[in-house]
Design a binder for this molecule. Sequence first.
Ligand code: ADP
Ligand code: MG
Length: 312
Amino acid sequence: SPDLISGFSTVYTNGSMGTIYSTGSAQGIYVFGKDQITLGRMIGQGCYGAVYMGELIRSDGSPEHVAVKMMKDSLEEKEQEEFQREYQILQSLNHPNIVEVKGVVYDPSLLLIMEFLPMGSLLDYFRMFHTKPNLRQLMKFAKDICDGMDYLVSYNLVHRDLAARNILVASDDLVKISDFGLARFTDKDDNCYKLRTDRKLPVKWYPPESLHDWKFSEKSDIWSYGVTLYEIFSYGQEPNLPGVSNNESGDVKETDELQEIVKLLSSGVRLPCPEHCPNNVYKQLMLPCWEMNPQDRPSFSKLLGEIRDVEI
Ligand code: ADP
Ligand code: MG
């Protein structure tokens, strides 16, 4: 492929066979040799590193396109741990609507080897390629994400970064959840996770209790899911809450700004129904995700039923 350049010349001592390391759980982590991976062009960049196209050569010699998430060299120890956690979580998951992790390479810093989805993120699909899928396709995307999220709930996982930029497009009829950089296992007792990170957070996708108390649960992921639905049914519009000074980056800024958003949400302000979105989708699927009280929001399994029943 002309997109590929050979970036790795050093031979990794594990050789090209790959090694299964036992992790104490039933699953092993598949470790590929450095010489089995050829890096291509960069396809995405985030706070811990970048994502590249790549080619993986299996031990039987067969080549395969992959996506490679590479950690920055300059990361502090705590950030390195967060990056490692991402693949530890991902390698224990197996679902048609969750991106597949094939293994890791030690460079010596960590490379995460994932299946490559050439159509990229759902946000790019809308914005860069100006794709306008029909309503049936949009509903299928909504269902796929809900299915994948319901699976995460069964593993006591909160994703915490559910947004169209983190959904990958496999085909015009299939999407997968990715970017588990903020995902965490919840506390068994209250199914909640209290945030401890310095990472910039996607404020526009967060409910009041996350913005206010840094509490995360299935019900905060549900709120983000509602915002993701807004992105889907608006073909990739930025989810700007009416009355909030526009902040394209969506990062946490001043506490004042956060308080302003919490106040607006508490007073009942919500994202409007996107222009071409059926009113039933807005009323039956989106609005319930944005109930002030987390207990009043639906679960992903309940929403799956709603998605099936909604008339459009
Ligand atoms: P970050 O933590 O930097 O946000 P992501 O995992 O979200 O990392 O990846 C950043 C971007 O890279 C995505 O928005 C998408 O455009 C691209 N990308 C990531 N993984 C893949 C993949 N498996 N196949 C194709 N593109 C990908
Ligand atoms: Mg991302």
